[in-house]
Design a binder for this molecule. Sequence first.
Ligand code: GUN
Length: 293
Amino acid sequence: MKIIDGRAISAQIKKEIAEEVARIKEAGGKTPHLAAILVGHDGGSETYVANKVKSCEEVGFNSTLIRYEDDVAEEELLDRVNQLNHDPDIDGFIVQLPLPKHISETKITEAIDYRKDVDGFHPVNVGRMSLGMPCFLSATPSGIMELLKRYEIETRGKHCVILGRSNIVGKPAAMLMMQKAYPGDCTVTVCHSRTPNIKEITLQADIIIAALGVPEFLTGDMVKEGVVVIDVGTTRVPSDKTKSGFKLTGDVKFDEVAPKCSYITPVPGGIGPMTIVSLLKNTLLAGKKEIYQ
Ligand code: GUN
């Protein structure tokens, strides 16, 4: 059994990006610039955005954090998105989700110029991803693909079972794993809350991507020997053993499942650290105008 070390791979990729940014700057090129809009003071969002900004600095990007209070009007946010769309110095930007209830996330996402949508949430990017065209790939599916690739895990002809059908993980991961490509070329089954016989299906899986958001859902009796398990779950479960008062818990009962695996991602330290790297990769591509002019 091999543990897939997302922390080590993400550090390696950050180093590669930093080297490329240094080369771009030396050659007199433009420093990639990411902007992030954060609305309100949600603890999780604050941490995620702070990490994104910090990572930009680490690799030599410029970054701008734009903050609004919870009561910002949708119209004001749309105006700011439009301004960023037209700002030639901003290569890419994100609006951290979730947004307050009175603001439509769909409206905001669609208002972002898809050529600057480094989150890969705009329907144009999602559509292009589904068609196998160059696009900004969203962070979690991109992180999964990168880890499979870096560990040279065979996916061709394998049965990949995906637990969860969310727009940000399950659905795009299913599209990518069935694509005629590597990683990909899998037979894909997507299970969700209405699937009656999940265990029967997971027992047939060569690769399982668990993205349900149900802590320790996948147990040892649900997997076969040699399976590859990618755990996307990150539920904050209350704990009196940690300083923060919670423990980040995956969708996989690690102690039971890991001994049966050929490869498995831990939580934390698996997919989590890869998501920021995906954002950095997209911002670099945006800065280089490599996907869209
Ligand atoms: N909220 C949770 N994950 C994400 C993400 O990848 N991008 C944005 N914008 N918001 C999020």
